[in-house]
Write a protein that binds this ligand. Structure first.
Ligand SMILES: NC(=O)c1ccc[n+]([C@@H]2O[C@H](COP(=O)([O-])OP(=O)(O)OC[C@H]3O[C@@H](n4cnc5c(N)ncnc54)[C@H](OP(=O)(O)O)[C@@H]3O)[C@@H](O)[C@H]2O)c1
Length: 280
Protein backbone atom coordinates (compact mmCIF):
# COMPACT_ATOMS: atom_id res chain seq x y z
CA UNK A 1 0.00 0.00 0.00
CA UNK A 2 2.76 2.36 1.04
CA UNK A 3 4.59 1.79 -2.22
CA UNK A 4 1.45 2.20 -4.29
CA UNK A 5 0.38 5.40 -2.57
CA UNK A 6 3.86 6.92 -2.70
CA UNK A 7 4.05 6.19 -6.41
CA UNK A 8 0.69 7.73 -7.07
CA UNK A 9 1.85 10.97 -5.54
CA UNK A 10 5.17 11.14 -7.36
CA UNK A 11 3.65 12.96 -10.32
CA UNK A 12 3.85 16.54 -11.42
CA UNK A 13 0.30 17.77 -11.73
CA UNK A 14 -0.53 20.75 -9.59
CA UNK A 15 -3.99 22.26 -9.70
CA UNK A 16 -4.79 25.56 -8.06
CA UNK A 17 -7.98 27.63 -7.91
CA UNK A 18 -8.14 31.29 -7.05
CA UNK A 19 -11.59 31.66 -5.55
CA UNK A 20 -11.79 34.16 -2.73
CA UNK A 21 -14.33 34.24 0.09
CA UNK A 22 -15.81 37.58 1.09
CA UNK A 23 -17.45 37.19 4.46
CA UNK A 24 -19.92 39.26 6.41
CA UNK A 25 -20.38 39.06 10.17
CA UNK A 26 -23.25 36.58 9.60
CA UNK A 27 -20.89 34.17 7.84
CA UNK A 28 -22.82 34.39 4.57
CA UNK A 29 -21.61 36.42 1.63
CA UNK A 30 -24.88 38.19 0.73
CA UNK A 31 -23.42 39.23 -2.64
CA UNK A 32 -21.53 35.99 -3.05
CA UNK A 33 -21.25 34.18 -6.35
CA UNK A 34 -23.85 31.65 -5.18
CA UNK A 35 -26.35 34.05 -3.58
CA UNK A 36 -30.01 33.00 -4.00
CA UNK A 37 -29.01 29.54 -5.12
CA UNK A 38 -29.90 26.20 -3.51
CA UNK A 39 -27.42 23.32 -3.17
CA UNK A 40 -27.89 19.68 -2.14
CA UNK A 41 -24.74 17.97 -0.85
CA UNK A 42 -24.80 14.25 0.00
CA UNK A 43 -22.57 12.79 2.71
CA UNK A 44 -22.13 16.31 4.07
CA UNK A 45 -21.94 15.86 7.84
CA UNK A 46 -18.20 15.18 7.92
CA UNK A 47 -14.96 15.36 5.95
CA UNK A 48 -14.94 16.61 2.37
CA UNK A 49 -18.75 16.88 2.11
CA UNK A 50 -18.97 19.08 5.22
CA UNK A 51 -16.20 21.36 3.92
CA UNK A 52 -18.01 21.66 0.58
CA UNK A 53 -21.34 22.42 2.28
CA UNK A 54 -19.70 25.11 4.44
CA UNK A 55 -17.99 26.73 1.47
CA UNK A 56 -21.11 26.80 -0.73
CA UNK A 57 -23.06 28.38 2.14
CA UNK A 58 -20.28 30.91 2.81
CA UNK A 59 -20.47 31.86 -0.85
CA UNK A 60 -24.18 32.63 -0.50
CA UNK A 61 -26.07 29.41 -1.27
CA UNK A 62 -28.70 27.78 0.91
CA UNK A 63 -27.37 24.24 1.49
CA UNK A 64 -29.23 21.05 2.34
CA UNK A 65 -27.01 18.85 4.52
CA UNK A 66 -27.51 15.07 4.60
CA UNK A 67 -26.04 11.74 5.67
CA UNK A 68 -27.17 8.39 7.11
CA UNK A 69 -27.27 9.30 10.81
CA UNK A 70 -29.69 11.78 12.35
CA UNK A 71 -27.24 12.74 15.10
CA UNK A 72 -24.60 13.62 12.50
CA UNK A 73 -27.09 15.70 10.52
CA UNK A 74 -28.18 17.54 13.69
CA UNK A 75 -24.57 18.22 14.69
CA UNK A 76 -23.51 19.51 11.26
CA UNK A 77 -26.61 21.69 10.81
CA UNK A 78 -26.16 23.20 14.29
CA UNK A 79 -22.47 23.88 13.67
CA UNK A 80 -23.04 25.62 10.33
CA UNK A 81 -26.08 27.56 11.52
CA UNK A 82 -23.93 28.61 14.49
CA UNK A 83 -21.53 30.13 11.94
CA UNK A 84 -24.43 32.18 10.54
CA UNK A 85 -24.83 30.02 7.45
CA UNK A 86 -28.12 29.17 5.71
CA UNK A 87 -28.46 25.39 5.95
CA UNK A 88 -31.11 22.78 6.68
CA UNK A 89 -30.71 19.03 6.83
CA UNK A 90 -32.24 15.59 6.68
CA UNK A 91 -31.23 11.96 6.92
CA UNK A 92 -30.40 10.42 3.55
CA UNK A 93 -28.64 7.13 2.95
CA UNK A 94 -28.06 7.66 -0.77
CA UNK A 95 -28.47 3.95 -1.50
CA UNK A 96 -32.08 3.97 -0.24
CA UNK A 97 -34.88 5.16 -2.54
CA UNK A 98 -37.10 6.38 0.32
CA UNK A 99 -34.25 8.41 1.76
CA UNK A 100 -33.57 10.00 -1.64
CA UNK A 101 -37.23 11.02 -1.83
CA UNK A 102 -36.95 12.57 1.64
CA UNK A 103 -33.91 14.54 0.53
CA UNK A 104 -35.71 15.85 -2.55
CA UNK A 105 -38.69 16.92 -0.42
CA UNK A 106 -36.43 18.65 2.11
CA UNK A 107 -34.56 20.52 -0.61
CA UNK A 108 -37.81 21.76 -2.16
CA UNK A 109 -39.00 23.17 1.18
CA UNK A 110 -36.61 26.10 0.82
CA UNK A 111 -37.69 27.74 -2.45
CA UNK A 112 -39.08 24.96 -4.61
CA UNK A 113 -36.02 24.97 -6.88
CA UNK A 114 -32.60 23.36 -6.82
CA UNK A 115 -29.48 24.72 -8.50
CA UNK A 116 -26.65 22.41 -7.52
CA UNK A 117 -26.21 18.76 -6.63
CA UNK A 118 -22.92 17.56 -5.13
CA UNK A 119 -22.77 13.75 -4.93
CA UNK A 120 -20.08 13.29 -2.32
CA UNK A 121 -21.27 10.21 -0.37
CA UNK A 122 -19.09 7.18 -1.05
CA UNK A 123 -18.22 3.92 0.66
CA UNK A 124 -15.54 1.28 0.66
CA UNK A 125 -16.68 -1.70 2.74
CA UNK A 126 -13.73 -3.90 1.72
CA UNK A 127 -9.97 -3.55 1.86
CA UNK A 128 -9.05 -6.32 -0.54
CA UNK A 129 -8.79 -7.43 -4.13
CA UNK A 130 -11.42 -7.05 -6.83
CA UNK A 131 -11.80 -10.80 -7.24
CA UNK A 132 -12.08 -11.20 -3.47
CA UNK A 133 -15.19 -8.99 -3.35
CA UNK A 134 -18.47 -10.81 -2.72
CA UNK A 135 -21.61 -10.03 -4.71
CA UNK A 136 -22.94 -8.21 -1.64
CA UNK A 137 -19.84 -5.98 -1.51
CA UNK A 138 -20.08 -5.23 -5.25
CA UNK A 139 -23.76 -4.36 -4.89
CA UNK A 140 -23.11 -1.99 -2.00
CA UNK A 141 -20.19 -0.22 -3.65
CA UNK A 142 -21.90 0.17 -7.01
CA UNK A 143 -25.22 1.14 -5.46
CA UNK A 144 -23.84 3.90 -3.21
CA UNK A 145 -20.92 5.15 -5.30
CA UNK A 146 -22.22 4.87 -8.87
CA UNK A 147 -25.98 4.28 -9.09
CA UNK A 148 -27.13 6.67 -6.39
CA UNK A 149 -25.78 9.88 -8.02
CA UNK A 150 -27.69 9.06 -11.23
CA UNK A 151 -30.87 8.03 -9.40
CA UNK A 152 -30.86 11.08 -7.14
CA UNK A 153 -30.17 13.41 -10.05
CA UNK A 154 -33.05 11.94 -12.04
CA UNK A 155 -35.40 12.88 -9.19
CA UNK A 156 -33.95 16.40 -8.76
CA UNK A 157 -33.72 17.22 -12.46
CA UNK A 158 -37.28 18.57 -12.92
CA UNK A 159 -36.51 21.19 -10.25
CA UNK A 160 -33.06 22.03 -11.68
CA UNK A 161 -34.24 22.69 -15.22
CA UNK A 162 -34.16 26.35 -16.33
CA UNK A 163 -31.80 27.14 -13.42
CA UNK A 164 -28.50 26.85 -15.37
CA UNK A 165 -27.32 24.69 -12.51
CA UNK A 166 -24.42 22.37 -11.96
CA UNK A 167 -23.75 18.82 -10.79
CA UNK A 168 -20.49 17.75 -9.18
CA UNK A 169 -19.64 14.08 -8.69
CA UNK A 170 -16.83 13.03 -6.33
CA UNK A 171 -14.43 10.39 -7.63
CA UNK A 172 -10.91 9.58 -6.35
CA UNK A 173 -7.34 9.58 -7.60
CA UNK A 174 -7.68 5.78 -7.34
CA UNK A 175 -9.84 6.03 -10.46
CA UNK A 176 -6.69 6.83 -12.44
CA UNK A 177 -4.09 5.08 -10.30
CA UNK A 178 -5.78 2.09 -8.67
CA UNK A 179 -4.60 1.01 -5.21
CA UNK A 180 -4.36 -2.79 -5.18
CA UNK A 181 -6.05 -2.96 -1.77
CA UNK A 182 -9.11 -1.04 -2.95
CA UNK A 183 -10.20 -3.26 -5.86
CA UNK A 184 -13.93 -2.72 -6.33
CA UNK A 185 -13.77 0.83 -4.93
CA UNK A 186 -11.21 1.79 -7.62
CA UNK A 187 -13.56 0.45 -10.29
CA UNK A 188 -16.53 2.39 -8.90
CA UNK A 189 -14.54 5.62 -8.86
CA UNK A 190 -13.40 5.06 -12.47
CA UNK A 191 -17.05 4.53 -13.42
CA UNK A 192 -17.81 7.98 -12.01
CA UNK A 193 -15.41 9.57 -14.51
CA UNK A 194 -17.51 8.01 -17.28
CA UNK A 195 -20.76 8.97 -15.60
CA UNK A 196 -19.55 12.57 -15.52
CA UNK A 197 -18.87 12.58 -19.27
CA UNK A 198 -22.16 10.90 -20.17
CA UNK A 199 -24.30 13.11 -17.94
CA UNK A 200 -22.51 16.21 -19.21
CA UNK A 201 -23.61 15.32 -22.75
CA UNK A 202 -27.14 14.40 -21.71
CA UNK A 203 -27.70 17.58 -19.72
CA UNK A 204 -25.91 20.09 -21.96
CA UNK A 205 -29.15 20.87 -23.87
CA UNK A 206 -30.70 21.87 -20.54
CA UNK A 207 -27.71 24.12 -19.74
CA UNK A 208 -26.82 22.00 -16.71
CA UNK A 209 -23.09 21.36 -16.37
CA UNK A 210 -21.65 18.16 -14.89
CA UNK A 211 -18.10 17.98 -13.58
CA UNK A 212 -16.15 15.74 -11.23
CA UNK A 213 -13.92 16.45 -8.25
CA UNK A 214 -11.11 13.88 -8.08
CA UNK A 215 -9.44 14.10 -4.66
CA UNK A 216 -6.05 12.68 -3.80
CA UNK A 217 -5.37 11.56 -0.25
CA UNK A 218 -7.29 13.91 2.06
CA UNK A 219 -7.15 13.80 5.85
CA UNK A 220 -10.61 12.61 6.95
CA UNK A 221 -12.14 9.71 8.90
CA UNK A 222 -12.33 7.82 5.60
CA UNK A 223 -8.52 7.81 5.30
CA UNK A 224 -7.78 7.33 8.99
CA UNK A 225 -6.48 3.79 8.44
CA UNK A 226 -3.57 5.56 6.72
CA UNK A 227 -3.02 8.51 9.02
CA UNK A 228 -3.18 6.27 12.09
CA UNK A 229 -0.05 4.62 10.69
CA UNK A 230 2.40 7.32 11.79
CA UNK A 231 5.55 6.14 9.97
CA UNK A 232 3.62 5.81 6.72
CA UNK A 233 1.89 9.15 7.18
CA UNK A 234 5.11 11.09 7.92
CA UNK A 235 6.88 9.43 5.02
CA UNK A 236 3.96 10.16 2.72
CA UNK A 237 3.87 13.81 3.76
CA UNK A 238 7.58 14.23 3.04
CA UNK A 239 7.15 12.64 -0.39
CA UNK A 240 4.50 15.21 -1.33
CA UNK A 241 5.64 18.03 -3.60
CA UNK A 242 3.78 20.50 -1.41
CA UNK A 243 5.04 18.83 1.78
CA UNK A 244 1.62 18.51 3.30
CA UNK A 245 -1.43 16.26 3.21
CA UNK A 246 -4.65 17.47 1.61
CA UNK A 247 -7.36 18.83 3.89
CA UNK A 248 -11.13 18.73 3.17
CA UNK A 249 -11.07 22.52 2.61
CA UNK A 250 -8.62 22.02 -0.27
CA UNK A 251 -11.49 20.40 -2.21
CA UNK A 252 -14.21 22.91 -1.35
CA UNK A 253 -13.08 25.95 -3.35
CA UNK A 254 -13.04 23.98 -6.58
CA UNK A 255 -16.64 22.86 -6.06
CA UNK A 256 -17.78 26.44 -5.40
CA UNK A 257 -15.95 27.56 -8.55
CA UNK A 258 -17.56 24.78 -10.63
CA UNK A 259 -20.98 25.91 -9.42
CA UNK A 260 -20.25 29.58 -10.15
CA UNK A 261 -20.82 31.52 -13.39
CA UNK A 262 -17.03 31.64 -13.83
CA UNK A 263 -17.27 27.95 -14.77
CA UNK A 264 -20.14 28.45 -17.21
CA UNK A 265 -18.16 26.99 -20.14
CA UNK A 266 -16.76 24.00 -18.22
CA UNK A 267 -18.57 20.68 -18.39
CA UNK A 268 -17.64 17.01 -18.55
CA UNK A 269 -14.32 17.60 -16.78
CA UNK A 270 -12.71 15.39 -14.14
CA UNK A 271 -10.47 17.67 -12.06
CA UNK A 272 -7.76 16.31 -9.75
CA UNK A 273 -7.11 17.93 -6.35
CA UNK A 274 -4.15 15.92 -5.12
CA UNK A 275 -1.23 18.30 -4.63
CA UNK A 276 0.05 16.79 -7.86
CA UNK A 277 -0.75 13.73 -9.91
CA UNK A 278 0.99 11.84 -12.70
CA UNK A 279 -1.97 12.38 -15.03
CA UNK A 280 -1.30 14.49 -18.11
N1 LIG B 1 -10.48 11.08 2.19
C1 LIG B 1 -9.84 10.75 1.09
O1 LIG B 1 -8.60 10.58 1.08
C2 LIG B 1 -10.60 10.60 -0.22
C3 LIG B 1 -9.84 10.49 -1.38
C4 LIG B 1 -10.50 10.36 -2.60
C5 LIG B 1 -11.89 10.37 -2.65
N2 LIG B 1 -12.60 10.46 -1.51
C6 LIG B 1 -14.06 10.45 -1.64
O2 LIG B 1 -14.59 11.61 -1.00
C7 LIG B 1 -15.89 11.34 -0.52
C8 LIG B 1 -15.99 11.77 0.93
O3 LIG B 1 -15.01 11.09 1.68
P1 LIG B 1 -14.48 11.63 3.08
O4 LIG B 1 -13.05 11.27 3.12
O5 LIG B 1 -14.88 13.04 3.28
O6 LIG B 1 -15.28 10.67 4.09
P2 LIG B 1 -15.72 10.88 5.64
O7 LIG B 1 -14.90 11.93 6.29
O8 LIG B 1 -15.73 9.51 6.20
O9 LIG B 1 -17.22 11.43 5.52
C9 LIG B 1 -18.20 10.67 4.87
C10 LIG B 1 -19.53 11.38 4.96
O10 LIG B 1 -20.48 10.65 4.17
C11 LIG B 1 -21.56 10.19 4.99
N3 LIG B 1 -21.96 8.90 4.43
C12 LIG B 1 -21.32 7.71 4.45
N4 LIG B 1 -22.01 6.77 3.80
C13 LIG B 1 -23.13 7.39 3.32
C14 LIG B 1 -24.25 6.95 2.57
N5 LIG B 1 -24.38 5.67 2.16
N6 LIG B 1 -25.22 7.84 2.27
C15 LIG B 1 -25.12 9.12 2.67
N7 LIG B 1 -24.10 9.60 3.40
C16 LIG B 1 -23.11 8.74 3.72
C17 LIG B 1 -21.00 10.19 6.42
O11 LIG B 1 -22.00 10.41 7.44
P3 LIG B 1 -22.91 9.22 8.08
O12 LIG B 1 -21.96 8.28 8.72
O13 LIG B 1 -23.82 9.93 9.03
O14 LIG B 1 -23.62 8.63 6.90
C18 LIG B 1 -20.09 11.42 6.35
O15 LIG B 1 -20.84 12.61 6.47
C19 LIG B 1 -16.14 9.85 -0.77
O16 LIG B 1 -16.89 9.70 -1.96
C20 LIG B 1 -14.76 9.28 -0.95
O17 LIG B 1 -14.75 8.14 -1.78
C21 LIG B 1 -11.99 10.59 -0.29
Amino acid sequence: MLRAVTWVHRGLFHFCTGVSVRMTSSGIDQNGVLANRVAVVTGSTNGIGLAIARRLAQDGAHVIISSRKQQNVDRAVAALQGEGLSVTGTVCHVGKADDRERLVAKALEHRGVIDFLVCNAGVNPLVGSTLGASEQVWDKILSVNVKSPALLLSRLLPYMEKRKGAVILVSSISAYMPYVELGAYNVSKTALLGLTRTLALELAPKDIRVNCLVPGLIKTDFSKVLHKNEPFWNDFKESQRLHRIGQPEDCAGLVSFLCSPDASYITGENIVVAGFSPRL
